[in-house]
Write a protein that binds this ligand. Structure first.
Ligand SMILES: *Cc1c(COP(=O)(O)O)cnc(C)c1O
Length: 362
């Protein structure tokens, strides 16, 4: 028997979420964002389940090559582009698409001798202020690209900073305006991509030629006040484990590192094989929801590297071997994230490679 923690990955839920996205975006093409090992869900498993996607977006060249070598023929976009001239050749060889977000990348591409260039997503910084050309620089970058590589496919791209916050509609509009101005200056109609998950749900006007969903594919919500379930999505990852020991505390007994939890009455405690080295958040406080035998109870005491402890008071039949759900089916990951003062993205993407994954319906 191995350690009982498992991440169950439900491919039917992935496909369900994809169809929900399809129903939101109509004719726009869907570029499934599978960076960070598909937000912890496994790159190739996820891509296979989402073969209906019109494209994939990743960060690392290695991940893009893995997709090609596994036989995926769709556009595969490198979200940060390339870091050296040698990489341009690899990108071309594998028929990948690349973001160009800065002058250095533009110069490398223009200096690249091959006449055949990869498809380009020219990233415009409309207010996120991480990557991209300012709208006023975007025009000249476009002009240079058009002159030097007239046959290259170019898509304009931007990324929203606040599409998940309905109080920030004016920021989204500001970003949209910067993007539209650049678009209007161009004589030809250039394909565009703007929307992440939050914009797919909230701003239909941003769907354009390609949408780039990440978190909603995995069934979690990008919005702070709603769970994926409430948005009609299904959780793809369920993190499960088992109780491996039961302790009985007497009043004033302390529990775990730091002894931060002190029993005020006799209490049964379940020790669960899951800790922060598995990706469970160390900052989840006493009170964070956990399911034992499908019943909701609470985390108590401090999360340690390999174990955490739960209150079994209301669950008399729970014993060593009882199943535990840390998040997923029956317990939204957003709820655990909120309790730990983080977001679902971080919990999913931080799933440790030491956790065995099990494919369901794949
Ligand atoms: C990660 C990422 C996305 C997906 O964001 P979600 O909020 O998960 O939908 C889209 N576009 C870019 C450029 C990204 O880096």
């Amino acid at each position: 028997m191995s350690r009982p923690i498992r991440a169950l990955i439900n491919c039917a839920a992935l496909q369900h979420n994809f169809s929900v996205i399809r129903s939101h975006v109509g004719q726009s093409r869907i570029m499934a964002v599978v960076k960070a090992d598909a937000y912890g869900h496994g790159l190739l498993r996820t891509a296979r389940a989402l073969d209906a996607a019109d494209g994939f977006a990743v960060l690392e060249l290695e991940a893009a090559i893995q997709l090609r070598e596994a036989g995926f023929r769709q556009p595969v976009l490198l979200l940060e582009g390339f870091f050296s001239t040698e990489e341009i050749e690899v990108i071309r060889h594998y028929g990948l698409s690349t973001v160009i977000h800065c002058h250095e990348q533009l110069s490398m591409l223009l200096a690249h001798k091959e006449t055949e260039k990869p498809d380009i997503f020219l990233k415009i910084n409309t207010g996120m202020n991480r990557l991209g050309f300012k709208p006023e620089e975007g025009s000249s970058a476009l002009r240079k690209l058009r002159q030097s590589c007239p046959n290259t496919n170019i898509t304009l791209m931007t990324h929203f900073a606040c599409a998940d916050d309905l109080l920030e509609t004016s920021h989204v509009e500001q970003q949209l305006n910067g993007f539209s101005l650049l678009q209007q200056k161009q004589k030809a109609d250039i394909p565009r991509t703007l929307a992440n998950s939050a914009a797919i749900l909230h701003y239909p006007g941003t769907h354009a030629d390609w949408v780039r969903p990440g978190i909603i594919l995995y069934g979690a919500s990008p919005l702070p006040d709603k769970t994926g379930i409430e948005l009609g999505l299904r959780p793809v990852m369920t993190l499960t484990s088992r109780i491996i020991a039961v302790q009985h505390l007497e009043p004033s007994d302390r529990l775990g590192y730091g002894g931060s939890f002190v029993a005020s009455q006799p209490i049964r405690v379940g020790v669960v094989a899951a800790g922060y080295a598995d990706g469970y958040p160390r900052h989840a406080p006493t009170g964070t929801s956990v399911l034992v035998n499908g019943q909701r109870t609470r985390l108590i005491g401090r999360v340690s590297m390999d174990m955490l402890t739960v209150d079994l008071s209301g669950i008399p039949e729970a014993a060593a071997g009882s199943p535990v759900t840390l998040w997923g089916e029956g317990l939204p990951v957003e709820e655990v994230a909120r309790s730990a003062q983080t977001i679902s993205y971080e919990l999913l993407a931080a799933l440790s490679p030491r956790v065995q994954t099990v494919s369901l319906n794949c």
